[in-house]
Design a protein around this ligand. Structure first.
Ligand code: CP
Length: 320
């Protein structure tokens, strides 16, 4: 079992070994304890500077990274595309090099271009953390999803996980497929054929087009948003028809394993990919996912910074 991440960047789950995933999840459990204290602050990243650079919109990821950084005592600052010189035509590379000139320790970035983070990792001294790159990867989302499943079932191995919805445009789907197949879960993808990327089975997931069959016996159904802003052509005849064939409804919830849980990374299109009765029901862990997002992002930053010789709990204790 490793005690360190092998890279100083987090670009995607595809580059992580199972023991590194396990390390992040175990460290995140310790960080969850910090978030439950009255004084939710530890000195692990004191003196470190984190730039949150979001070129695409975000509520959960940006906020939870900032909360995580503050709980670790880092100095944080936020740059959004609309308030940056990107709108004046400055390139991503020039923008990154100018941020680097201020000597931050981390750049947490969301960008619409797959591979934008890999490019920055080649030219930057700071640790680059992928907070979502186009339809490519969203590694911290997959890690917080895995943490949520592990909390509910005590394991990832052997879990039957169905990912239902717009797989084509989803970085969440890709990162989850990488993570869950590495950790021994059985992954089924379900969507209309137009929203399943060609060859995705090669990543180790099964594809079904019948939602009832895909939900039958599932331990987890992870519903994905219809990413209407990324759809330039009509992938489905109408949203009403999509909802009829592919939404997670109370009837389809009834087909799952009796202890099965419902997940959604957000933001939700209620009444399109998921019924409100399901999203707000007792088997939904959607808000647990958000809480776990803070713990996972604390763990990632802490480990990328090098961790500690002693374990994370001991470091956390120093802040009491
Ligand atoms: N899950 C997720 O990435 O949500 P945001 O787009 O709000 O960050």
């Amino acid at each position: 079992m490793t005690t360190r991440l092998r890279s100083r960047h987090l670009l995607g789950i595809a580059g992580m070994e199972p023991d590194e995933i396990q390390l992040v999840l175990d460290t995140a459990e310790t960080m969850l304890e910090v978030s439950g204290r009255e004084i939710k602050k530890v000195p692990a990243l004191r003196g470190k500077t984190v730039v949150n650079f979001f070129v695409e919109p975000s509520t959960r990821t940006r906020t939870s990274f900032e909360v995580a950084e503050k709980r670790l005592s880092a100095d944080t600052l936020n740059i959004t595309a609309s308030a940056s010189s990107l709108v004046k035509g400055e390139t991503l590379i020039d923008t990154a090099l100018n941020i680097e000139a201020m000597n931050p320790d981390f750049i947490v970035m969301r960008h619409s271009e797959p591979g934008a983070h890999a490019l920055l990792a080649r030219i930057c001294r700071s640790s680059i953390v992928n907070a979502g790159d186009g339809a490519h990867e969203h590694p911290t989302q997959a890690l917080l999803d895995a943490m949520t499943m592990r909390q509910k079932f005590g394991r990832l191995s052997g879990l039957k996980v169905t990912i239902l919805g717009d797989i084509r445009h989803s970085r969440v789907a890709r990162s989850n497929i990488h993570l869950l197949t590495r950790m021994g879960s059985e992954v089924t993808l379900c969507a209309p054929p137009t929203l399943i990327p060609l060859g995705i089975e090669q990543l180790g997931a099964k594809v079904l087009y019948d939602t009832d069959k895909a939900c039958a016996g599932a331990d987890v159904v992870m519903v994905l948003r219809m990413q209407l802003e990324r759809m330039k052509t009509g992938y489905v005849p109408t949203l009403r028809e999509y909802a009829k064939l592919y939404a997670l409804t109370p009837e389809r919830l009834g087909l799952m394993h009796p202890e099965g849980i419902v997940m959604h990374p957000g933001p939700m299109n209620r009444g399109v990919e998921i019924d409100s009765a399901v999203a707000d029901g007792p088997r939904s862990v959607i808000l647990d996912q958000v809480s776990n997002g803070v713990a996972v992002r604390m763990a990632v930053l802490y480990l990328l910074a090098g961790g500690e010789r002693e374990d994370a709990a001991a470091t956390a204790g120093a802040g009491r």
